[in-house]
Design a protein around this ligand. Structure first.
Ligand SMILES: NC(=O)c1ccc[n+]([C@@H]2O[C@H](COP(=O)([O-])OP(=O)(O)OC[C@H]3O[C@@H](n4cnc5c(N)ncnc54)[C@H](OP(=O)(O)O)[C@@H]3O)[C@@H](O)[C@H]2O)c1
Length: 330
């Protein structure tokens, strides 16, 4: 059926400036790591994407290797883009990345200029796009000079194949170095994609201060700890959940009794606050000033609807943050 975006889509979303850049990002962005591969339902994928856009989510995050198989999430996105979203291209922020294994041989992963620029060309082809909005180095490469990796990002921007450069999974030390090089190249790093949730709060340890000081935006990925911080696993492991899927990156072993005890206590608190556990976890991320956008994953439109609830909620008070801290320390 012909798609026309909801006319009130921007009334529903909060936008935050990405560091010192001119780019504003929606409080909630949608990631296509899981649930958009060839193994997944195309109808569900389309419904999630279009419901997201109708709710004001105009930022979709991809990477060369998302699937499975690798590349198929970009192909799925490309098809939906072409059929439904192409007319909204100037309203969309589409990102992709290169860093992990994509093809055999010495140029199929990590951070060489050869790999990054070939991969970007492949991504553009799969998505049927002329350019992406943000191109990321997906991980630091210890065997390639950082000047070369950052030089490839600079080339991507100067050639018009990407509008902005970003990095992901870089340590505080490598972040500082990457930021310096990109600044010298006059293609500043505007964003760092960081794993950040109640079960993985590492971004707080050193990186957040650097991002703040350097004027770089932070997009927090896996804010629900891949689903741990939701009702999903409270009564076991459902057969359609990420932890049950052979291609899912969440391993059953991560659902330890310590983690599940914390989840149950968080659930108890969320009940008292009158919100869902997922909303509690997302609002905890939102309540950190250094976070520009929350990079959410969902496997259904219903999950998305529930998670969008945080847009109407105030940031947590110090008292609630402290109660959560106490639970996570136990
Ligand atoms: N830069 C990097 O290295 C990197 C790494 C990982 C991710 N990312 C980015 O971050 C994005 C999000 O990562 P993620 O998918 O791990 O995020 P997440 O938001 O932590 O987890 C998403 C999963 O949580 C569950 N979920 C979401 N809302 C729910 C609700 N209301 N009730 C119950 N369950 C709910 C779903 O699990 P089920 O599928 O089981 O239903 C969903 O697939 C990725 O798509 C990608 O764009 C980047």
């Amino acid at each position: 059926m012909h798609y026309l975006a909801a006319s009130d889509r921007y009334n529903k979303m909060v936008f935050r400036r990405c560091g010192d850049s001119g780019l504003k990002l929606p409080m909630i962005s949608l990631g296509l790591w899981h649930n958009f591969g060839d193994v997944d339902s195309k109808d569900t994928a389309r419904k999630i994407l279009l419901d997201a856009f109708d709710a004001g989510i105009n930022h979709f995050d991809l990477a060369n290797n998302y699937g499975p198989p690798p590349g198929s999430a970009e192909s799925t996105f490309g098809k939906i883009f072409k059929s439904d979203l192409a007319r909204y291209r100037d309203e969309l922020i589409i990102s992709t990345k290169a860093g992990y294994l994509m093809w055999p041989g010495p140029y199929g992963e990590w951070g060489s200029r050869k790999y990054l620029l070939s991969s970007l060309d492949q991504s553009l082809k799969r998505m049927d796009l002329d350019y992406v909005d943000i191109f990321y180095s997906h991980r630091y490469d210890p065997d390639t000079p950082l000047e070369e990796t950052m030089g490839a990002l600079t080339h991507a921007v100067k050639s018009g194949k990407a509008l902005y450069a970003g990095i992901s999974n870089y340590s505080p030390e490598h972040t500082l170095e990457a930021v310096r090089i990109l600044k010298e190249n006059k293609t500043p790093c505007i964003i760092h994609q960081v794993k950040f949730s109640l079960v993985q709060p590492e971004a707080n340890e050193g990186l957040a201060d650097i991002l703040d000081k350097e004027g770089i935006g932070c997009i927090a990925f896996s804010p629900l700890g891949q689903g741990i911080l939701t009702d999903r696993y409270i009564n076991g492991i459902p057969s359609d959940s990420r932890a049950a899927k052979s291609h899912g990156f969440l391993r059953k072993e991560q659902l330890t009794s310590t983690v599940m005890n914390q989840v149950n206590e968080l659930k108890h608190l969320s009940n008292k606050l009158g919100i869902s556990l997922a909303e509690l976890a997302l609002n905890w991320v939102k309540s950190h000033n250094f976070v520009t956008s929350i990079l959410l994953g969902v496997s259904s439109a219903d999950q998305l609807k529930q998670d969008l609830g945080i847009l109407h909620q105030d940031d947590f008070t110090e008292d609630i943050m402290n109660r959560i801290k106490t639970i996570m320390k136990n």
